[in-house]
Design a protein around this ligand. Sequence first.
Ligand code: GUN
Length: 286
Amino acid sequence: MTGKVIDGRVIGKAIREEVKQSVGKLVHKGCQPGLAVILVGDNPASQTYVKNKEKSSIEVGMKSVLIELPETVSTDELLGKVEELNQDETIHGILVQLPLPKHIDEDLIIGSITPAKDVDGFHPVNVGKMMIGQETFLPCTPHGIMALLERSGVDLEGKHAVVIGRSNIVGKPMGQLLLQKNATVTYCHSRTKDLPSYTKQADILVVAIGIPKFITAEHVKKDAVVIDVGMNRDENGKLCGDVDYEKVKNVASAITPVPGGVGPMTITMLLKNTLLSAEKACKSQS
Ligand code: GUN
């Protein structure tokens, strides 16, 4: 048997279409949602991500502002730019693309974004709100994975979800969101001993480790749901995930491909967060 493919392109497109409709209504009221993205330096991967964010926000009818700063920019200059955007009423979402150059204090910059415009959900205030289940901006990748699971009809109640990875951007918030949906959550990471003993128990397995095709059929329980957050190149230079898709798809009941699984959802949820921010700001103005 081959597992069902969870198609992030189709689900992402459907959500972006809903966002576009809502953006249209806000524009009609004279309140166009605006997203500002700051890119520091010339990391090619970051440049690609940022261009895609710009293109997608324009496609749904948002105002898009891209601010490109040189690698040599100082922390003070960057803080000044963020503050300018904090004050700009036409901007509802501010995203500083990570990673930042080593000489810049990343925590200081993230903490300087006003939480009301932190559409990445990285500000400590928003992370705290998420932890205690208050309404806030949820980090885009885990938020997108929750949307994939929900729209694929995956029941999480009482299920064992195993998350591999503990980054602030993906792993940690992922476990929290699964917990809020009443899954039993186990976190695994690079220091975990006997990883397969955990992964083989997973009803839902979320993999964010950054090693090409690391998870094989032997790691996966029959009929598990497998979510692959990886974005790597294989030995032939082809895009691949952290999961050996060709092998694992025969064991899993549902699986996300790479590309075309989690990837399209991250930008989609960024747009959704920006829309929510604009809806709030515009309501308080009128
Ligand atoms: N770098 C990799 N992923 C992300 C993300 O979701 N947001 C930001 N700001 N930077 C990233």
